[in-house]
Design a protein around this ligand. Sequence first.
Ligand SMILES: Cc1cc2nc3c(=O)[nH]c(=O)nc-3n(C[C@H](O)[C@H](O)[C@H](O)COP(=O)(O)O)c2cc1C
Length: 263
Amino acid sequence: MPLSHALPEGFDQCDPLQQALYTTLFTRRDVRSQFLPDAIPDEVLARLLTAAHYAPSVGFMQPWNFILVRDPATRESLHGAFMEAHLEAAAMFPDEQRDKYQRLKLAGILDAPLSLCITCDRERAGKVVLGRTHMPEMDLYSTVCAVQNLWLAARAEGLGVGWVSIFQRERLHQILGIPDNIQVIALLCIGYVSHFEATPELQTKGWRQRLPLDSLIMENQWNQPLSATEFRQMIVQTQQSAEVIAHNTNKAVNESLLTTPKS
Ligand SMILES: Cc1cc2nc3c(=O)[nH]c(=O)nc-3n(C[C@H](O)[C@H](O)[C@H](O)COP(=O)(O)O)c2cc1C
């Protein structure tokens, strides 16, 4: 991924490792519209799965499994299950939102060459797990950390990832033969892309805007806003810089994707 040498205010003092990490974070996108059919080399896939496996997990449970779905017939079935749930979801929105919802593309299961189902085995480390005794849902959060690791690694590899959660759970279990004691966490579509967007599709298409970070930070107590004006200004500036990094980097990446022939 081409890195801009002079990052904007707030990031300009970062060393190359920090720059690479922040650039990956701010340029990561949920992708569903611009997948290319090109196969993902095994060595790249091996890196992504390894990145996922090195996620933190409560009590070091490592509760995840990964089901790679390349088979077109199985992906057709997944797409069918998505469409069923998508129609059900559309009917639940109020009239004024439904039209907008129906115009969004919310899955690229047939476009991306690989679907990946990430699951959580809630019993992997026995009944009593260090760190999970009072908050049993921590194993689910651990698996989400694995998803995020993979998502970021994919962005660094120039691969798009789209998370699809518009499914009836039973249909996913049925199609992929997942036992009842295993919980599905994510169904991801993965593939190379024609380009990366700088902003979330839901934002560009007017569904929802990114919230100002400074309005979300409290101090010492719930609902107690930040007291230091200077720090608040710094947060505002740093968020603006994140947008600049996303725009500049993805613009450069998109130009190189257009001009570099794919092998
Ligand atoms: C748990 C989870 C489930 C999601 N499910 C869907 C989905 O079913 N369809 C979709 O188009 N995007 C889905 N997304 C992607 C979000 O829409 C996306 O992350 C958000 O709009 C911000 O965009 P960005 O990821 O490009 O920054 C999901 C994201 C998460 C974290």
